[in-house]
Design a protein around this ligand. Structure first.
Ligand SMILES: NC(=O)c1ccc[n+]([C@@H]2O[C@H](COP(=O)([O-])OP(=O)(O)OC[C@H]3O[C@@H](n4cnc5c(N)ncnc54)[C@H](OP(=O)(O)O)[C@@H]3O)[C@@H](O)[C@H]2O)c1
Length: 315
């Protein structure tokens, strides 16, 4: 496993990290989930990403148990706030920042998180209020660094223009061969501000592994076939998307790797990406995905892949 520096922080994060949306505490059984976490740590994954809202606390509670006994300084723990936790608890107000960090720390059974991320921008709360509260959380030692997810370039500029507050070190956008929007503005702006990308759905929820064949029903045991996890992947399951992805397979074969590895190596070709956050429902997927770190792939193959998927409609 190779590691990259996370923005202007002193954190070094694994190029492949482990996510927990839809999977842990929700759609993946506990034994497989625990086996994925163990395998990831064995293979050098040190960044674990979660959020208060994943399974309304269930993903954090699962990780609190799965990571118990693992030396705290050996992994980088990232969580998020903003989403609806029920009972009116949502958003980035001062009161919510203080309430949600404590609830996350309790579920995760830790004294601090390494990265505390705003899951989205909160238009209902003044940005100054959010940034001042988050800065207090850092000064109290409950979070080491701050990040955001899917903020607009203007939101990012506004946060950096505020005096006397902690600076963001990470951005968490969707980014994959099928979703290249951050390239236009977010990545160049972040590179200038000392902010790295840790990207979500780098496999387009599994579609970029090539396992979904156009015209065939998804195989049992996949996210697309799952009652509890299958809704968000639907936009990627159009025949034209699945056909284009099948055309990528010979390129991965030419590169001598699996299509999942090819797709992960593609996001990692961007120097501003510090880590690809990948979900996994079984440890074999963790093995497959971790082998993408350090792969050297001819840029001409990536260019051909980009041309193949260029016309694919966004999900
Ligand atoms: N900030 C945000 O708003 C946001 C949004 C979404 C996600 N995230 C974060 O990003 C993480 C990753 O996102 P994601 O899970 O949506 O997308 P992903 O990593 O692109 O896809 C993960 C899913 O693909 C399948 N898979 C993984 N590796 C595979 C392989 N080698 N071969 C075949 N199938 C494979 C597994 O599903 P099956 O085995 O069930 O098919 C797995 O759960 C999340 O866990 C979360 O931490 C953040």
């Amino acid at each position: 496993m190779r590691y990259r520096k996370l923005g202007s922080s002193d954190l070094s994060v694994s190029e492949i990290s482990l996510g927990s949306w839809l999977t842990y505490g929700v759609g993946v059984d506990r034994d497989n989930a625990a086996a994925c976490v163990r395998r990831a740590l064995e293979l050098g994954v040190n960044l674990i990403d979660t959020a208060n809202v994943y399974g309304r606390g269930a993903a954090e509670s699962f990780l609190g148990e799965a990571l118990a006994g693992v030396p705290r300084q050996s992994y980088v723990l990232a969580t998020k706030l903003m989403g609806d936790m029920g009972g009116g608890d949502k958003g980035l107000s001062r009161a919510q920042v203080f309430k949600q960090i404590d609830a996350s720390l309790t579920r995760l059974k830790v004294d601090y998180v390494d990265l505390y991320q705003c899951h989205r921008y909160d238009p209902e709360t003044p940005l100054e209020e959010t940034m001042e509260a988050l800065s207090e959380v850092v000064r109290q030692g409950k979070a080491r660094y701050l990040g955001f997810s899917e903020w607009s370039p203007q939101n990012i500029r506004d946060a950096f223009a505020l005096p006397g507050v902690e600076r963001f070190v990470s951005s968490q956008p969707q980014y994959s061969l099928l979703w290249r929007r951050p390239e236009k503005e977010v990545i160049p702006l972040c590179a200038e501000k000392g902010v790295s990308q840790i990207v979500w759905s780098p496999l387009a929820q599994g579609v970029l592994s090539g396992k979904y064949l156009p015209g065939d029903a998804p195989a049992a045991g996949t996210r697309a076939a799952s009652d509890s996890m299958g809704a968000p992947i639907k936009g990627w399951m159009r025949p034209e998307t699945l056909e284009a992805v099948q055309k990528l397979k010979p390129l991965a074969a030419e590169a001598g790797c699996t299509l999942a590895q090819f797709a992960l190596a593609w996001v990692l070709r961007e120097p501003n990406v510090a880590s690809a956050i990948v979900g996994a429902s079984r440890p074999q997927q963790v093995d497959d995905n971790c082998a993408a770190s350090g792969l050297v792939i001819d840029p001409a193959l990536f260019a051909r892949a980009e041309a193949i998927v260029a016309g694919v409609p966004a999900r």
